[in-house]
Unconditional design. Structure first.
Length: 249
């Protein structure tokens, strides 16, 4: 589990497809920036083999790491991960967002992020707005749009961001990056045509599944069950009407 608050930006040192020297398939080695007071990064200060680190929003397992002469770590990437994410486009020199898994005492500055990417999205427009930048994205899998709502959470390359606009008909959403965020995440350095990993808010998925089960339960077979179903649908309609009224007020 992660928060979507990027801790550091690392740099890909090596990307080895089907690494013959590893049992972990494709491997990725990432070097961390040196701090001003030490040659090692704080990101690996409490690292152990098998720990989870989010790399551009993808939860990956540390298979090896070192703190000297410069901190770096290696992860394995499964074929399924390569199919669902943009990690296959990384090359030596690519910059990546990094975040360690949360601890029980971690402040939740962003939102609950699993590191399980739903799809990738293409940047189709970048618009300056003062010192901020508005990015517009079109997902490869448009089914995820039903989980994207105005002012809702979304994780893009592992960065927790707020949706500032969404258009279901045209199939896009937007987020805004303020100047502070631009300096600390890799999305800000991307251009139109490049892609980001997308993880929608998992809360929306749980709500959808629960609601689907409830609605399926409304379609009973007996007269009594059908009568209860009508009451349930009436209640649901009132809830929806209330939400709609609140949205337009």
């Amino acid at each position: 589990m992660f928060t979507g608050i990027v801790e550091e930006i690392g740099e890909v040192t090596t990307y080895t497809p089907n690494d013959p020297l590893s049992k972990n398939g494709t491997t990725l080695t990432i070097t961390l920036p040196s701090s001003s007071s030490s040659s090692s990064s704080s990101l690996l200060s409490d690292c152990h083999l098998g720990d989870s680190i989010a790399v551009n929003g993808v939860c990956l397992t540390v298979t090896s790491f070192t703190l000297t002469p410069q901190a770096s770590f290696t992860v394995g990437i499964a074929p399924e991960t390569l199919r669902l994410t943009n990690l296959g486009s990384l090359r030596s020199g690519s910059r990546v967002n990094l975040e360690r898994a949360v601890r029980a005492d971690t402040r939740m500055g962003g939102h609950f992020v699993q590191g399980h990417v739903d799809t990738v999205a293409e940047i189709i427009q970048i618009t300056p707005d003062g010192e901020a930048l508005t990015f517009r994205f079109r997902p490869k899998n448009k089914e995820v749009l039903r989980y994207v709502v105005y002012k809702g959470f979304i994780a893009l390359d592992g960065t927790s961001l707020t949706v500032t606009a969404v258009n279901d008909d045209e199939g896009w959403w937007e987020v805004m990056l303020i100047a502070y965020t631009q300096e600390r995440v890799v999305v800000a350095g991307k251009k139109v045509g490049e892609t980001v990993n997308v993880e929608v808010d998992m809360t929306a998925k749980y709500v959808e599944k629960s609601l689907r089960g409830y609605l399926e339960g409304l379609s009973g077979s007996t007269a009594e069950e059908q009568g209860e179903g009508k009451k349930g649908r009436g209640l649901l309609e009132k809830i929806v009407e209330g939400i709609v009224k609140q949205g337009f007020s």
